[in-house]
Design a protein around this ligand. Structure first.
Ligand code: NAI
Ligand code: MG
Length: 356
């Protein structure tokens, strides 16, 4: 926005979310000082299992009013399976945000960073650099279907894929637009029109229709089965990959896995229209096995901050955060233990903030 003042809901959540969030905020504040914008940060203790144990719900009924009008949500991680079942904690918090704020794009970078050992042989930083754009509201994850005659010989289960032209077009348009801003300007669509012979041909048709709006972007398509193989064998082929909810779910885990640890991977749940705020969070969860030790890798949270600033229009600050992450990951003293380094959570966060 023109005032360059951003109001942000800060929600650390559970476990290491509470440890990596302060580092994400430290880096955000460093970027604000250096690039001359202002942050109005409101911390919330809800959307956590501690809150649930105290109040019997993951969030207050009036959570939307309490968050109020913000430009974005900055989220840590939610879940503490020892005390609250995962489906309760996840559905009561994160999925509420995604739904209520119509965050219809899930965006994840797939980028090989220095200092992160690549599980694919012979790849170095610069070789792998693309985005996965996942449809986040409809498709295969629908509530249309049913279960009849359970436990009998006549048992029937059915669950329908739901694609709407509205839902498909808007995510495709987002992906083509993203590709149009990239140097290579190339989009790959995940399909399976040879097997899923009604919805996927429709998806392919809409890809062609939206492609016509973006003459500067080249595009191709792969069936999902061979596409997963190409992620592993030829990741350098990809620039922006767009996929339906289920295919995107798989690709958005496979992609970051091809570039190393989940400790560094960020994601955005985006409402591109700007009618609601978007949410930025690391890909990892609350990591109960290492929580409380101060050793979690904060880079996923910090990279999420960079994505958030990019989304808010502070591209220069976002690029500075990425450069600082790369500089710090390049030295063993900057890296946390999961990357074979000697830094703890705070050392790593401080080093990135200082580098900015
Ligand atoms: P997880 O991502 O929390 O942990 C998986 C493994 O990766 C653990 O061994 C953990 O120590 C390690 N790890 C994760 N992040 C790390 C980091 N930043 N630095 C170093 N090591 C890291 O996944 P898990 O164990 O399956 O789930 C734990 C809880 O988190 C569950 O309650 C789950 O529902 C929740 N979860 C929440 C997510 C979210 O808030 N978006 C996403 C994934 C899981
Ligand atoms: Mg997933």
């Amino acid at each position: 926005n023109a005032s360059r003042r951003y109001s942000i809901a800060v929600i650390p959540g559970d476990g290491i979310g509470k440890e990596v969030m302060p580092e994400g905020v430290r880096v955000l504040e460093a970027a604000a000082r250096r690039f001359g914008f202002a942050l109005d940060l409101q911390w919330h203790d809800f959307a956590s299992c501690d809150y649930y144990l105290k109040h019997g719900e993951m969030m207050p009924q009036d959570w939307k009013a309490r968050i109020g009008k913000v430009d974005a949500l900055f989220f840590g991680a939610v879940g503490w399976p020892d005390t609250v079942p995962d489906h309760v904690s996840l559905w009561g918090s994160l999925l509420q945000f995604r739904r209520e704020y119509d965050q219809y794009v899930n965006l994840r970078p797939v980028r090989l960073m220095p200092g992160v050992p690549c599980p694919l042989a012979g790849r170095k930083p610069g070789d792998i650099d693309f985005w996965v754009v996942r449809e986040n509201t409809e498709g295969e994850y629908s509530a249309v279907g049913g279960h009849m005659f359970p436990g009998t010989e006549r048992e029937i289960v059915m669950q329908e894929t739901v694609m709407t032209r509205f839902g498909v077009d808007r995510v495709l348009r987002y992906a083509f637009d993203l590709a149009s801003k990239r140097e290579r300007g190339h989009l790959t669509s995940a399909t399976k029109s040879n097997g899923i012979a009604i919805t996927m041909p429709f998806w392919d048709q809409r890809v062609e229709a939206i492609a016509a709006e973006f003459p500067g972007v080249t595009h191709d398509k792969y069936h999902i089965d061979i596409l997963t193989a190409q992620f592993v064998l030829n990741p350098q082929r990809f620039d922006v990959v767009v996929a339906s909810n289920l295919f995107g779910d798989i690709l958005s885990d496979l992609g970051p896995a091809c570039t190393g640890t989940i400790g560094v991977a960020p994601s955005g749940n985006i409402n591109p229209d700007g009618t609601h705020p978007s949410l930025f969070e690391p890909v990892h969860g609350s990591a109960p096995d290492i929580a409380g030790k101060g050793i979690a890798n904060p880079v996923g949270q910090i990279w999420s901050a960079a994505m958030m600033l990019e989304h808010l229009g502070e591209a220069e600050a976002a690029a500075a955060i990425m450069a600082a992450i790369e500089a710090v990951l390049s030295t063993p003293a900057g890296r946390t233990g999961d990357l074979g380094g000697s830094a703890n959570t705070r050392d790593c966060g401080k080093a990135i903030a200082e580098s900015i």
